[in-house]
Design a protein around this ligand. Sequence first.
Ligand SMILES: Nc1ccn([C@H]2C[C@H](O)[C@@H](COP(=O)(O)O)O2)c(=O)n1
Ligand code: ZN
Length: 157
Amino acid sequence: MKRQKYISWDEYFIGVAQLSALRSKDPSTQVGACIVNTDKRIIGIGYNGLPSGCEDDEFPWERENKSIVDTKYPYVVHAEANAILNATRETKGSSIYVTLFPCNECMKLIIQSGIKEIVYVSDKYSETDLHKAAFKMMKAANISYRQINASEVVKND
Ligand SMILES: Nc1ccn([C@H]2C[C@H](O)[C@@H](COP(=O)(O)O)O2)c(=O)n1
Ligand SMILES: [Zn+2]
């Protein structure tokens, strides 16, 4: 008889996203993403981090500072963007598993890359205007979405 307590596809793919998030150097929010095609093949993974050549120890990780130039925000590549850039196959029609609901900028990339489903864990920024903008674009682009519970490898709340 086959083993009964194996994990579901959702648990598997969000688990890969959570594992990827553990690579992030961001001290406050670690995000992981995993793109899965209609054959249930992982075609791209990513986490939030600096672009190649930008050393983790030489750039700021602060959220606030006198100038935005001395914060992380101008530099970090978001997890979803990295997953899309890393994709090894056609992303059209695929799903993205992400530990945090995509921001407005990532939503634009998700739409333009033809991803059709967003599966996420946390939506801790749901009250912000940029989240509302992301949601509005997602609905307009007919992308489906669902929030899932995931065992907490990475805490994002
Ligand atoms: N969907 C998202 C949203 C945010 N990120 C990254 C960008 C930053 O590294 C971090 C957010 O930092 P916080 O403002 O919470 O201190 O998460 C992402 O990769 N994907
Ligand atoms: Zn983003």
